[in-house]
Design a protein around this ligand. Structure first.
Ligand code: MN
Length: 232
């Protein structure tokens, strides 16, 4: 059997301290998972349940070196924004996963950027339309080196931050997540059958804002390293 056209390459995330890669199956994202960010988006954080959206697997941009990796300013937007996030890598598939068992499904953790065409998201929200054009576009998911849970454990606290051109824009602690990693896996697995290779971007703290061509984005999470991106 031959494919009638050449299959696209399998997207993968480099694993820290090895030459191995984690093959990406799907990318799920959580919206409004820090109260201060929900408020800055004009949403009451107290009456929400987790909301999910997704990005294509090939939206990832490996951004694992100290040298910034290029991310193109996307078309059809004049308000391209950064969202620094903890990313969970799923190593074992399942559905209807209870919170108490959820961490058994986690392979590792890293830091990522949920890049967003905020103008398109705001318009979509007003009209009750889908978020795909705002969230699921090419190069919209820069991602750092993946750290196995077998080595670093399961972070529940630690600083998360993002600088633009050396100026701090986002700063919070993972313990401020409204929905913890087990909560997220539990809720997500009621809607979708999780598979090995899935990534979950867990939501961003407050301080999101626009970037422009030439900006250098540098962010990180304690114990998970840094991510470096240049907007071109
Ligand atoms: Mn986000």
């Amino acid at each position: 059997m031959n494919y009638v056209i050449t299959p696209t390459p399998q997207p993968g995330v480099a694993v820290a301290g090895s030459h191995d890669k984690f093959p990406v199956h799907r990318i799920y994202c959580v919206g409004r998972n820090y109260a201060a960010h929900a408020r800055e988006m004009g949403i009451d954080p107290s009456n929400s349940s987790p909301i999910f959206f997704s990005k294509p697997a090939d939206a990832i941009v490996p951004a694992t070196s100290a040298k910034p990796v290029n991310v193109p300013y996307p078309p059809q937007s004049h308000d391209f924004q950064h969202e620094i996030e903890l990313v969970v890598a799923i190593g074992r598939g399942g559905r209807d996963i209870p919170c108490s068992a959820a961490l058994d499904y986690v392979w590792g953790y890293t830091v990522g950027l949920d890049m967003t065409r905020r103008d398109l998201q705001t318009e979509a929200r007003k009209r009750g339309e889908p978020w795909d054009t705002a969230k699921a576009f090419d190069h919209s998911a820069p991602i750092g080196l993946l750290h196995p849970a077998s080595r670093i454990g399961h972070p529940v606290s630690g600083a998360i931050w993002l600088d633009v051109n050396g100026e701090r824009r986002q700063e919070a602690d993972l313990e401020q997540l409204i929905w913890s990693v087990p909560d997220i896996i539990h809720h997500l697995s009621r809607y979708f059958e999780l598979a090995p290779g899935d990534l979950v971007y867990t939501g961003t703290p407050s301080g999101v804002g626009p970037v422009k061509r030439g900006d250098h984005l540098s962010g990180g999470i304690d114990d998970l390293g840094e991510i470096n991106v240049k907007i071109i």
